[in-house]
Design a protein around this ligand. Structure first.
Ligand code: C5P
Length: 393
């Protein structure tokens, strides 16, 4: 990815993750961006301005009251010129300041006096992340159009394990084309389904499919990296939302269908979800009791979301997935024709389920294109490239 001629303001606030921001600064510069670093006073308790000055090749700014900064209007000039304002890490306190529109230091003032997009990568202890004020602040930031990247789950500097750890610099880099309208799918709306669906039998039991959601989430990440505005409609999984992706959680096929239809129109619809083929005719409202004589469930077919979207008069470019256990090419081609899809991705279920790597074959009007075995994100990037190519054909 090239960020040549892009001007990025990298804001650094006070948190131990500030040291990772130095790596991000290096990656941004390597990608060709012109980076101006603005640090809060607290950030300088963790990393010195000299580190960022050396990495960005520019003096680091931190004070609103810097007599050496030209006409004293630095807070307006800097953000007027920028293509993106990126606050990494963003502390809980800084998020609260953004919500209130406070402007008591250079970085918060720049955030207020900007015409470019603002993205923040929060980093904090898991309890601070889960606290109600932080939850409220995140809702307000979403409403204010601030893009929130992450956080990720995992081991934290405080020794605890949970959500609140800052996204790694590489993952933040991967989200930038989407944020900045760059990439092969720039400006396109891409709608993706992922994960299994869960069809309730009674309040404590249900029918589902084996699906980790990894492939759908990888496709969402790859589409965002390619600059698309991505909406991911996800069945139950325990995966983190890829940076820059908007996610809607659903349980059943009916809810998934409703969410998908509500998100139309879009340019591309990629159905990766393993949707349950059947649901209960009538879901029991109370827990069903065991009986010695066995149990017969009466099931009805679920709507085929992909076939329904592909049959719309103004249908988006529709991509289906087919996991088969045998005769991949024959079944996949038959499915592509039946559902009227320009592109279908086939894989052998036993090779792919729950695994990090996948062996995929793309089927389109020009024939069959096997992709080399690779991790799911690499495969997803191949798929997105193929989609962009077919769209521009
Ligand atoms: O017919 P089959 O279930 O094998 O088709 C798989 C493809 O169709 C996948 O892309 C899946 O996401 C989609 N699908 C769907 N709604 C269903 C069943 C499958 O969107 N009810």
């Amino acid at each position: 990815m090239s960020l040549a001629n892009k001007r990025i303001i990298l804001g650094v606030t006070g948190g131990i993750a500030a040291y990772k921001s130095a790596e991000l600064c290096r990656l941004l510069v390597k990608a060709g961006a012109e980076v101006r670093v603005v640090m809060t006073a607290a950030a300088q308790q963790f990393v010195t301005p000299l580190t960022f000055q050396a990495l960005s090749g520019q003096p680091v700014l931190s004070s609103l009251w810097d007599a050496a900064s030209g006409d004293g209007m630095e807070h307006i000039h800097l953000s007027r010129d920028a293509d993106l304002l990126l606050v990494v890490p963003a502390s809980a306190d800084f998020l609260a300041k953004l919500v209130q529109g406070r402007a008591d230091d250079l970085l918060s003032t720049l955030c207020l006096a900007r015409s470019c997009r603002l993205a923040v990568a929060p980093a904090m202890n898991r309890e601070m992340w889960a606290a109600r004020p932080t939850r409220r602040n995140l809702e307000q930031l979403a409403e204010d159009g601030v893009m929130v990247l992450g956080p990720a789950a995992g081991e934290q500097a405080c020794g605890e394990i949970g959500l609140g750890r800052m996204l790694e610099p590489n993952a933040i880099m991967a989200a930038l084309p989407g944020l900045m309208g760059l990439g092969a799918l720039a400006g396109k709306r891409v709608l993706i389904t992922a994960g299994p669906t869960f069809e309730a039998i009674d309040p404590v039991r249900g029918l589902t499919n084996l699906s980790s959601g990894k492939m759908g989430y990888a496709v969402a990440q790859a589409a965002a990296e390619a600059g698309a505005e991505v909406c991911l409609v996800s069945g139950p999984t325990c995966l983190a939302t890829p940076a820059g992706v908007r996610r809607i959680d659903v349980q059943s096929a009916a809810q998934m269908r409703q969410a998908v239809l509500a998100e139309l129109p879009c340019t591309v619809f990629i159905a990766v979800a393993a949707v349950a083929d059947y649901r209960m005719d009538v879901t029991a409202t109370q827990k069903m009791k065991k009986s010695a004589g066995g149990l017969t469930l009466h099931l009805v077919a679920n709507p085929d979301i992909l076939a329904e979207v592909a049959a719309l008069p103004d249908a988006p470019f529709c991509v289906g997935f087919a996991a088969e256990t045998e005769q991949l090419a024959a079944y996949a081609e038959a499915k592509r024709t039946r559902k009227k899809l320009p592109l279908l991705v086939g894989n052998l279920a036993q090779d792919t389920l729950g695994q990090d790597a996948a062996e995929l074959v793309l089927f389109d009007d020009q024939g069959k294109h096997p992709l080399p075995r690779a991790d799911k994100l690499t495969q997803a990037r191949h798929l997105v490239r193929r989609i962009a190519h077919l769209l521009n054909d």
